[in-house]
Ligand binder design. Structure first.
Ligand code: CTP
Length: 428
């Protein structure tokens, strides 16, 4: 059924799948593509995160595949899974397994099993389909739990009643998939989600896993939709009691989505924005420094996420004061160049309704961000100036001149450098 879609995959991915099929026959195991890639195949979305489930010894199969291609190969012993790394994509391989949870929220205990059982332990019907990679039915869809119908109807549905209590991170996953695809949770699923929350499911999960789920939401195309849904279904008390998003604050998140979009479109060659840092900063805005540090430590926020949240809290009003009127480029550069990119983008979103602020920030990004001198200390030496003197002031002045006069070439910088250095010596 999906052979044609497999044929449309990049040729290196296709070759690996074909080879996997041949190897599985040799080893007398059955193999299947499972999870997100099957869902995305059906939806016609690109996804090269290959997950293979093996009925039989998954590690042995993974080893054979890695050996064949002399590819990097990593075993993850605790789960009996392995990853084989290829150029530009990887294949995760697991033995078909059954999972039981010693207590809600704990990591599961695993025993070997069949594909059917492997699929029912999964989060939602749309993620519980498989594609056979076996010779007899290569490309055939295996859909024990009506995932295809749910995908067609835009429905997120859990496969059993304990799904959210066993693994409460699925509460966030349900929201993420719902918002990503514009789907809705089935009524029964929504009820189970609310009941899991009411029973305190989130308290059973390691907080760092919650951070990881939020981080994944912030990588979605429209994180603000997830933020809004979390606000409606869960609230943010689990993070900190002061994080409560009114409609004004929800607008900030929509503006963050828009800001990231504009940034990526306008400056395709600029550094990649750390979206996670940007959205965490939005959530933590009402907190003072001490509370930001506490939340960061408890939830294991990454260094940049903490840094940006702190910097935003400290700087956004100051940046507003500087950017709300006319400002000369040198001053704009002096004030803004000390902040991480995410702080600038955050302010752009926060003051989204203020045209002047936005204009100044955009000007900074367009003309001043990352500006640096092409000349160095050794150029001064070549111009005949002694090495022992401190010329840092000269270089600061030169940088300002470069901004004012919009120097493009090294020659212009050298000419000005000579002039400034002479002045500097004369005044000493
Ligand atoms: N899975 C699950 N419960 C979880 C996490 C994952 O059942 N808490 C299963 C789902 O079948 C999922 C698969 O493991 O499809 C792979 O997980 P992951 O890579 O996180 O999900 P994807 O569906 O590939 O999601 P994404 O498109 O966001 O990568």
């Amino acid at each position: 059924m999906f052979v044609k879609k497999i044929e449309k995959l990049p040729s290196n991915v296709k070759r690996v799948l074909k080879r996997s099929s041949v190897l599985s026959r040799k080893l007398d195991v059955a193999i299947y593509l499972v999870g997100g890639i099957v869902r995305d195949f059906i939806l016609g979305r690109d996804n090269f995160d290959l997950d293979i489930v093996v009925e039989g010894d998954g590690l042995k199969f993974a080893h054979a595949l890695g050996e064949h291609y002399k590819a990097d190969f990593r075993k993850h012993h605790s789960f009996g899974t392995a990853t084989v790394y290829f150029k530009g994509f990887k294949v995760d391989i697991a033995t078909a397994r059954r999972e039981s949870y010693p207590h809600p929220g704990a990591l599961p205990v695993i025993t070997r099993s069949t594909l059917k059982e492997d699929l029912i332990r999964r989060d939602f019907s749309i993620n519980a389909m498989a594609l056979s990679l076996n010779r007899d039915d290569y490309g055939g869809l295996i859909d024990y739990y009506k995932g295809y119908t749910d995908l067609r109807d835009g429905i997120i549905r859990v496969l059993h009643d304990r799904s959210f209590t066993d693994d409460p991170t699925r509460i966030f996953r349900a929201i993420r998939f719902e918002q990503r695809f514009g789907f809705r949770m089935r009524r029964g699923t929504l009820k189970l989600l609310k009941s899991a929350l009411a029973k305190g499911a989130l308290k059973t999960v390691n907080e760092q896993r919650l951070r990881d789920e939020l981080a994944l939401m912030f990588e979605e195309e429209h994180p603000s939709r997830c933020v809004k849904r979390v606000q409606a279904l869960i609230g943010w008390r689990f993070l900190n009691a002061q994080v409560r998003l009114s409609s004004k604050e929800l607008a900030l998140f929509r503006h963050l989505d828009e800001t990231v979009r504009v940034y990526q479109k306008s400056f395709p060659h600029y550094p990649k924005v750390d979206r996670r840092a940007l959205y965490f900063a939005g959530l933590l805005l009402p907190l003072d420094v001490k509370e930001v540090l506490t939340v960061s430590a408890r939830f294991g926020l990454r260094k940049n996420e903490r840094t940006v949240a702190l910097a935003v809290g400290k700087a956004y009003r100051k940046i507003y004061r500087v950017c709300r009127g006319r400002i000369d480029p040198v001053r704009l550069y002096t004030v803004l160049s000390g902040y991480p990119l995410e702080v600038i983008l955050f302010c752009y979103a926060y003051y989204y309704r203020n045209r002047t602020v936005k204009k100044n920030l955009l000007f900074y990004l367009d003309k001043l961000f990352g500006v640096s001198l092409k000349v160095r200390g050794r150029d001064l030496k070549k111009l005949g100036f002694g090495p022992e003197r401190s010329y840092s002031k000269v270089f600061t002045k030169l940088l300002h001149k470069k901004i004012e006069k919009d120097f493009r070439s090294r020659r212009e910088e050298l000419k000005e450098l000579k002039k400034l250095a002479k002045d500097h010596l004369r005044k000493k």
